[in-house]
Design a binder for this molecule. Structure first.
Ligand code: NAD
Ligand code: UFG
Length: 368
């Protein structure tokens, strides 16, 4: 019975991290409510979520910039908290289209917060990123490390963090959880949901899986002359299911305590690009052809998180290994070579909503 469960709004809940968080929230006894405009996701994910959770998926189609719609969704479902995933995330694209990034990422957050105020729902978890630290001088990166964003995307995340701090300063009844993700990869172990980039992937893991499945000829390893053990870039890769559980811990902490927090979510361990390739070859049995290429503009040599604050404040720590991440990414890619658009993946159930009322005709949003 979903009526008694605490309802949590997930803006961007049909996307990569949002969909995994949906599953984790259901497993933890919450009722997530997705609000997504499907600008970077596919409705087939809703069928998959229904299959994984064994219950109808609550999803409203709409733009988070539409404050009236967001208010209506929060009120109708009686949401007690929101997790704000909706946004744009490609660093390179943000350099070319800064206004679009500020409008969606910053405008989207302001719109959500205004809606939450109207709906008297003042607990929010925000998807921030380790990219706010820029090129950190000290590793592991703690939450006290200086924030020195280097791209418009990174700036939007820091502006959003500042907006949340201002709001909390003006009205202490707000509870704000800022989560700075390191490098989320992997997929649900079922192989039913995963990362579904459109076009050529920018990020390492989806590129590797597309090489493994034969969609791309070879990986280009950007830089082999960094000051790292094998010369390639080192990152803190984090299984998306661990990240999803981090969101559950954050919501639980916000609802249980008055405290707000800003925490890193990572494993605390760094893996080089060649280390990822080794792990992937072990997990998949597939050789990954690669060549070394020049460094990619804007990349830093090495960073990984200090994760002690997440453990202290949220009681959360990552449990899945790089081998788990590779195995689950590979399963997802094998089962869905073209992501959710893979032939035979047409949505089977047109309506996925437990909505209690009928939306005002003035609203542009609808139920998927
Ligand atoms: P994603 O693109 O898969 O998911 C975002 C979802 O938001 C998509 O389903 C998209 O359709 C939706 N969306 C976009 N604009 C919208 C709007 N105006 N209204 C309603 N819905 C909208 O991305 P993701 O990887 O799941 O990332 C989620 C969040 O986490 C983003 O804010 C991103 O910046 C942040 N983040 C991601 C990473 C990463 O490596 N994936 C790292 C750090 C932070
Ligand atoms: N890499 C390659 N070849 C590729 C892609 C990546 O060698 O085809 C290398 C990069 O040079 C880097 C490492 O793999 O050394 C990881 O690169 P990703 O693009 O996967 O990840 P980034 O660390 O560059 O950035 C990601 C997200 C950002 C986010 C940041 C921190 O793309 O949005 O993690 O969370 F801000």
């Amino acid at each position: 019975m979903t009526l008694n469960k605490p309802h949590v709004l997930l803006t961007g809940g049909a996307g990569y991290i949002g969909s995994h968080t949906y599953v984790a929230l259901v497993e933890a006894g919450y009722q997530p409510v997705i609000l997504d405009d499907f600008s970077n996701s596919h409705p087939v994910v809703l069928d998959r979520l229904q299959h994984l959770t064994g219950q109808r998926v609550v999803c409203e189609r709409g733009d988070v910039l539409h404050t009236g719609l967001v208010t209506e969704v929060l009120q109708r479902h009686g949401c007690v908290a929101a997790i704000h995933f909706a946004g744009l995330k490609a660093v390179g694209e943000s350099v070319e289209q800064p206004l679009r990034y500020y409008r969606t990422n910053v405008g989207g957050l302001v719109s959500l917060l205004q809606a939450m105020e109207t709906a008297d729902c003042r607990s929010v978890v925000f998807s921030s990123s380790a990219t706010v630290y820029g090129d950190p001088a000290h590793i592991p990166v703690t939450e006290q490390s200086p924030c020195m964003p280097e791209s418009p995307y990174a700036h939007t995340k820091l502006v959003c963090e500042n907006i949340l701090a201002s709001l909390k300063g003006a009205d202490p009844s707000w509870r704000v959880g800022v989560l700075r993700y390191f490098n989320p990869v992997g997929a649900h172990p079922s192989g039913l949901i995963g990362e579904d980039p459109s076009g050529a992937p920018n990020n390492l893991m989806p590129y590797v899986t597309q090489v493994a499945v034969g969609k791309r000829a070879k990986l280009r390893v950007f830089g082999n002359d960094y000051a790292t053990p094998d010369g390639t870039g080192v990152r803190d890769y984090l299984h998306v299911s661990d990240l999803a559980e981090g969101h559950v811990a954050a919501v639980r902490a916000l609802l249980a305590r008055e405290q707000s927090f800003t925490v890193n979510l990572g494993t605390g361990e760094g893996t080089s690009v060649l280390g990822v390739l080794d792990a992937f070859e072990r997990a998949s049995g597939q050789p990954i052809p690669f060549e070394f290429a020049p460094r990619r503009a804007g990349d830093v040599a090495k960073y990984f998180a200090d994760v002690s604050m997440a453990e202290d404040l949220l009681g959360w720590r990552a449990t899945r290994s790089i081998d788990d991440m590779c195995r689950d990414s590979w399963r997802w890619q094998q089962n869905n070579p073209d992501g959710y658009r893979t032939a035979g993946n047409a949505p089977t159930s047109p309506v996925h909503s437990l909505r209690a009322g009928v939306a005002s005709p003035a609203l542009t949003g609808g139920v998927v």
